[in-house]
Design a protein around this ligand. Structure first.
Ligand code: DER
Length: 226
């Protein structure tokens, strides 16, 4: 099966956990897209009723509305479940997220979910965080060059995300610094150090947050739990 079919398979397994009446965190990215579309299909068919979605990006908000979902802003009420992709998945389900640029709203939303379910293809599996993907760090736009200099002391080898002539701007009007993380380090300590750095808004380290992950590979969908 091609990669997209695998991603969709993982998404369907996660969406099967949703029950009528749930408040659902809607992730961002090409895998989460399949989940949002499947939730829309189930609402349209009447298999699911009373679903309220909370989107983790403007893009997911628009897609959710497009497929007919009711979408509300994040408020302090807990979410029953959130479904999202990831860029790296470690054996203990620590994650790197943010390559799609949505890490701040994702973390703010998913920390309120009773269940965070990750969906991915097998290319996202790593033995240790830092092996494959850079670590996205959302930084304030104002004084970003100074913030980048501060970050270089902690995570050398990174760079401002700038796909074209201008830096990438997140839904929140911030920039992203994609850092290189040395595998095997103390991730909790790194998260604290990064969050304690002036100008840093949020990091793409999602530590101890995911409950399970549906990971699709050519020989089927694995279900990983912490
Ligand atoms: O940006 C994000 O956090 C996305 O969830 C990303 O990590 C996964 O996107 P993908 O499913 O398109 O690979």
């Amino acid at each position: 099966a091609d990669l997209e079919a695998l991603k969709k398979e993982a998404a369907l397994r996660a969406v099967a956990l949703i029950e009528s009446g749930m408040r659902v965190g809607l992730g961002t990215g090409s895998t989460a897209k399949y989940a949002i579309e499947e939730i829309g299909r189930k609402v349209h068919s009447g298999e699911l009723t009373g679903i309220v979605g909370v989107a983790t990006s403007e893009a997911s908000d628009a897609l959710a509305r497009e497929v007919g979902l009711t979408v509300q802003a994040l408020d302090p009420r807990p979410l029953d479940i959130a479904i999202d992709g990831a860029d790296e998945i470690a054996p203990n389900l620590d994650l790197i997220k943010g390559l799609g640029g949505a890490l701040l709203r994702e973390k703010l939303t998913e920390v309120q979910a009773r269940r965070l379910i990750i969906i991915a293809d097998h290319s996202k599996l790593v033995n240790q965080i830092g092996e494959k993907a850079p670590l996205p760090i959302e930084i304030a736009r104002f004084g970003f060059l100074s913030t980048i200099e501060r970050l270089r002391q902690i995570v050398p080898g990174g760079r401002l995300r700038q796909p074209g002539a201008q830096p990438y701007v997140t839904d929140n009007g911030n920039y992203i610094y994609d850092a290189q993380v040395r595998p095997g380090g103390d991730l909790a300590a790194l998260e604290r150090e990064l969050k304690g750095t002036l100008g840093v808004v949020e990091t793409g380290l999602f530590l101890g947050m995911a409950e399970r992950a549906f990971v699709a590979s050519p020989d089927g969908v694995q279900e990983l739990t912490r």
